[in-house]
Design a protein around this ligand. Structure first.
Ligand SMILES: *[C@@H]1O[C@H](CO)[C@@H](O)[C@H](O)[C@H]1NC(C)=O
Ligand SMILES: *[C@@H]1O[C@H](CO)[C@@H](O)[C@H](O)[C@H]1NC(C)=O
Ligand SMILES: *[C@@H]1O[C@H](CO)[C@@H](O)[C@H](O)[C@H]1NC(C)=O
Ligand SMILES: *[C@@H]1O[C@H](CO)[C@@H](O)[C@H](O)[C@H]1NC(C)=O
Ligand SMILES: *[C@@H]1O[C@H](CO)[C@@H](O)[C@H](O)[C@H]1NC(C)=O
Ligand SMILES: *[C@@H]1O[C@H](CO)[C@@H](O)[C@H](O)[C@H]1NC(C)=O
Ligand SMILES: *[C@@H]1O[C@H](CO)[C@@H](O)[C@H](O)[C@H]1NC(C)=O
Length: 687
């Protein structure tokens, strides 16, 4: 029978009560008595059984969580089910469970395997209830998997992806795969370069997986589950000692989605400790990349700067992108392309231009530094032995600097510092950093267990330059205090790295705790399109209308980045660009700067989803084409080709449109076919 755990209320003298009739039975009625006794014993047994299971049921409830052998559900304070998790790698033997204080623990699975399982209830504040869950196997090689039902709500967070939707849009089925940073321009189905093991739902529930977990993420759209799996077999995660998998995480439930997110960010995320240079929020930066690609030269850079001046644009800094060196992994200017770099920098400085340089973690095998890096052991190595691992990246084959090695970090910083002192380079664009450029298994000077920690180490290289530095990957890197850029966009309209992906991407990065967002180049990267029959040599201009819409949207992001300049089109585009860089500076930048200083304390987004101020509204949870800057500037760009109108959702409140209309509404308002000309973007100010 059930083992009754002491401490339950009542029932301690249950056994005494039903037994008393036995003593009253008289001898002549022995036959009937025996039958009676039998009935009574059965009744007693049934009663005990009943009471015990009642107790068991009691025992397996802890606060608003109900545990059973194959999972648990969590209710909110109103009693509605808001979270459901299923155990996939084993079921619990409930007889092995006990409760002590706020900790409910079990020690066996139903097939008698030993384990350490517990759920600890924590109530950090009146409005927040958290559950710390941990399942640890005792035998090596056994994975742990819990599957969360996502169908109850809309979910946000996790990782960037090539086709970005807001809320998360789960498609098809995926067996759990390593949850690590990856270049999604090259690997469209992987997890993106900015990633955190954190998810948030419209049901005011959030889950944060412990950073120590070798996390693999899978999903199944048929059963509407997302699987969190801890494993070491067939995985790039490396155990600390024995390969014993442990899955631990926290689930927290609050009153509404905004307040639970605020709680989680304050509690579990790193926060930046300073705000990047003010001018980066005010004036656009101008990159050579989409315009010149690797064909950039000294002459072209000087001409670019001259054009910016001539057209009366402001410039936070120029960004000299790939490629200014002869080989990748060197830090000198290619004398053929840049015959007099010192003179060039001097000239630019005299005209008031600051210049940042593109950089990356690779040292190609044909570069002058490769030999030295191999000899001094500065490169990431194969898992066995001392040979460097060769990796292929988009500019060839080489080694990758081992940023866990102090010597490698010092050497790299010394190169960057020397560029700074020799030429007055102001900062760097730190490209790549994703684990997809590492071998599946690798070894580093300081061992790392989670491959994405490599991404974090790389991002730390940007710290001395964070005033104007730009990163495109991040893992627990919120406190690097730099601008983070979502990976390169294509010059297309859609959700796959196109214009429509901009808002979902910015919102996702914000929810992951990175608030200094630098959107990619206006109009996209203008990559040549093989399927279109274009060739690399041809200059490709993004579609004019796409470029204008992209520009308008960028003006409402924390920073703006040009590459293909507006004068490549016509004077109307130049005028629109002037109008929006000026509006960015006068209307957006002051708000963003104020919010940016709050980020240091709170970690709250600058770019906010509509539900931030419209919690509990089903429509607001699904909108992916509007956003807020803070709480009082709402933006609704046109993101469709050929359209000069769009539907707009206006949350309840007092709003003033950019056209001067006033809306004082108690309920959200749907404006249908709201007219917006090509040179306009709809925005509404509070009050
Ligand atoms: C959970 O979310 C779903 C979908 O948004 C909604 O229908 C349901 O009412 C929510 N439940 C609670 C308790 O908020
Ligand atoms: C994460 O796991 C580690 C190692 O098991 C443990 O020491 C730590 O307390 C856990 N952190 C949280 C937030 O649960
Ligand atoms: C997804 O769920 C369906 C329905 O439960 C199941 O038949 C299928 O095998 C699952 N797929 C995977 C990859 O687990
Ligand atoms: C580079 O330019 C500077 C300043 O214009 C000049 O003094 C120097 O001689 C030039 N060097 C070369 C190698 O052309
Ligand atoms: C960022 O936070 C981590 C803890 O997660 C800490 O180890 C690191 O030193 C911090 N870095 C900076 C620059 O504050
Ligand atoms: C390439 O061209 C094809 C055909 O015009 C088009 O459908 C596709 O969207 C283009 N892709 C990119 C990345 O520009
Ligand atoms: C450039 O900056 C000046 C001064 O800050 C500002 O008045 C002007 O509107 C800006 N011009 C453009 C095109 O953004």
């Amino acid at each position: 029978m059930y083992q009754v755990v002491p401490g339950g209320a009542g029932g301690t003298d249950l056994d005494a009560l039903p037994k008393t009739p036995l003593h009253r039975a008289s001898r002549p009625l022995v036959g009937a008595g025996l039958i009676g006794l039998f009935l009574v014993v059965s009744a007693v047994t049934a009663w005990c059984y009943y009471i015990a299971s009642l107790r068991k049921a009691e025992l397996l409830k802890t606060q608003l969580l109900d545990l059973n052998k194959d999972g648990y559900i969590i209710r909110n304070q109103g009693g509605a089910i808001v979270f459901h998790m299923q155990f996939r790698s084993g079921t619990l033997d409930l007889d092995s469970c006990s409760k002590e204080g706020q900790i409910l623990s079990c020690s066996r699975t139903s097939d008698q395997r030993k384990l350490f399982f517990f759920i600890e209830t924590v109530r950090p504040k009146d409005t927040v209830q958290c559950y710390r869950v941990r399942w640890e196997e005792t035998v090596p090689g056994q994975p742990v998997e819990h599957a969360m039902t996502y169908g109850l709500a809309h979910w946000y967070g996790g990782a960037l992806s090539a086709t970005q939707h807001w809320p998360i849009h789960v498609l098809g089925q995926q067996a759990p795969k390593p949850f690590v940073t990856s270049d999604i321009y090259a690997h469209r189905n992987n997890f993106g370069g900015i990633l955190e093991s954190y998810w948030l739902s419209s049901n005011a529930t959030a889950i944060k997986i412990n950073g120590s977990v070798p996390l693999h993420l899978g999903w199944n759209d048929t059963e509407k589950t997302m699987s969190f799996q801890a494993r070491y077999s067939d995985s790039p995660f490396r155990p600390n000692g024995e390969a014993i998998a442990e899955l631990s995480y926290r689930v927290c439930v609050g009153l509404d989605v905004t307040s639970i997110h605020k709680y989680m960010v304050r509690r579990y995320f790193n926060k930046p400790y300073k705000v990047p240079a003010k001018v980066m929020f005010e004036h656009p930066l101008w990159s050579t990349w989409a315009l010149h690609k690797t064909q950039v030269t000294q002459e072209k850079l000087l001409a670019y700067a001259a054009n910016i001046k001539q057209h009366n644009f402001n410039c936070s800094h120029l960004e000299l992108d790939d490629r200014y060196t002869r080989r990748y992994g060197e830090f000198d200017f290619d004398p053929e392309k840049f015959p007099n770099a010192s003179a060039m920098f001097g000239q630019l400085r005299a005209q008031g231009f600051l210049v940042s340089l593109w950089t990356h973690p690779f040292v190609n095998y044909d570069s002058g530094n490769f030999h030295m890096c191999v000899q001094r052991g500065l490169l990431v190595r194969e898992p066995m032995g001392n040979l460097p691992a060769l990796v292929q990246w988009w500019n060839g084959i080489g080694g990758i600097l081992d940023f866990t090695n102090t010597e490698a970090r010092d050497w790299f910083s010394q190169q960057l510092r020397s560029l700074r002192t020799r030429y007055g380079v102001t900062s760097f664009k730190f490209d790549a950093g994703e684990t997809s450029y590492l071998p599946w298994k690798f070894s580093t000077k300081t061992p790392i267990h989670d491959p994405s920690v490599f991404t974090r180490r790389y991002t730390e290289m940007a710290i001395p330059y964070n005033d104007r530095a730009e990163l495109r990957s991040g893992y627990q890197s919120q406190n690097v205090s730099c601008f983070f850029r979502p990976i390169d966009r294509d010059s297309v309209w859609g959700y796959e790295l196109g214009l429509k992906s901009l808002i979902p991407t910015a919102l996702t990065i914000s929810i992951l705790g990175y608030q200094f967002i630098l959107p990619d180049m206006i109009g996209g990267n203008a990559y040549f399109n093989r399927t279109d029959g274009a060739t690399q040599k041809e200059r490709v201009l993004p579609d004019r209308e796409l470029y204008i819409r992209w520009l308008e949207l960028s003006a409402f992001m924390p920073a703006m980045q040009f590459s293909v300049p507006p004068w490549e089109y016509d004077s109307e585009v130049v005028e629109i660009a002037r109008k929006y860089t000026a509006l960015h500076q006068s209307l957006v930048a002051p708000r963003v700067l104020e919010l940016a200083s709050e980020v240091l304390d709170t970690g709250d987004p600058i770019v906010r989803p509509l539900w931030w101020i419209a919690t509990g509204d089903e429509t607001a949870y699904k909108i992916d084409s509007q956003f807020l800057i803070g709480d009082d500037l709402m933006v609704a760009p046109v993101l469709e080709p050929g359209k000069q109108e769009r539907d707009i959702y206006l949350p309840a409140g007092r709003w003033r449109s950019y056209k001067g209309e006033r809306f004082d509404i108690k309920e959200p308002l749907h404006l249908t076919d709201y007219p917006i000309d090509l040179d306009e973007i709809a925005y509404f100010l509070w009050g």
